[in-house]
Every structure is written in C-alpha cells, then in structure tokens.
Design a protein around this ligand. Sequence first.
Ligand code: HEM
Length: 129
Amino acid sequence: MDHQQMALIHIFSWSAAIILFVIAYVMIKQNKQEKPIKILQMTLRLFYVLVIATGADLFFRFYFGVQSEYFAESIIKLIAGVWVIAAMEMTLAKAKKGKKEFAGWLQLAFALVIALALGFGRLPFGFLP
Ligand code: HEM
C-alpha cells in the first residue's frame, strides 16, 4: 500500500470517528437507551484504533529515524492526534455522567485545530499541502 492510500485511510478513519462521536453525543443528550449508545461507542473505539494505526504507520514511514526538518512538528502532530481521541473519550464520559463537559470540548477543539493545521497545513506527505 502506498502512502497516499494510507493517508486516505487515515483521513477516512478520523472523519468517521468525529461523525460517530457527534452521533453518540447527541444520543446521550437525548437520553436514548443505554444499549445503542454502548454499541456506538464500541464502534467509535474501533475507529480510534484505525486512526492510531494509520497515523503510526505514516509516522514510521516518514519521520521515525529520518533526518527531517519536520520532525518536531510530526511529534506535535502525533501528540495532538492522540489528544483528540482522549478528549472525545473524556467528553462522552462526562456527558454520560451529567458532569461538566466544558474542559472536554475545549481540549477537543484545541487538539483538533492543531492536528488539522499540522496535518493539512504543514506536514509535507499525504494530500495537503
Ligand atoms: C482524530 C485525530 C487525528 C486527526 C484529526 C488527524 C489529522 C490528520 C491530517 C489532516 C493529516 C494530513 C493528511 C494529508 O495531508 O493527506 C494527518 C496526517 C498524519 N497523521 Fe494524523 N490525525 C489524527 C490522529 C493521528 C494520530 C493518533 C497519529 C499518530 C499516532 C497521527 C499521525 C499522522 C502522521 C504521521 C501523518 C502524516 C503527516 C504528513 O502529511 O507528513 N495522526 N493527520
């Protein structure tokens, strides 16, 4: 599999994760049944694995053990990506318990902006820039 295909699966995976996250969140807020929400969350976690696996693949291909002027940014991108996932988990957990979600949303927005800006805006492999 070439790196463009891997980047495409990476993009597909985090897009799917974001969509599933929003659906799960809305269902939690609407007090839907426990079971469908559980199933949705399990599916969401499956996509986390895909996001991390494809992200790790891209990282090992292009940055690990390679002299690159983008090495530092690739590490920040990696951390931001994992952070997005952590923030999604945290936000859903708080919503489920009826606790304050603000910190979760704030982290999600912050980490997502960094991941998108570095992924599409800075780092040279994949599709953009
Ligand atoms: C929901 C979380 C994530 C989002 C929103 C995200 C977003 C992106 C975007 C927009 C790109 C650029 C794709 C392209 O230009 O074609 C990208 C590439 C990449 N991502 Fe992620 N990512 C996430 C999670 C991760 C994780 C967890 C890792 C590491 C384990 C990771 C590592 C990478 C690497 C190494 C690249 C290639 C960078 C390059 O273009 O040179 N990402 N990601």
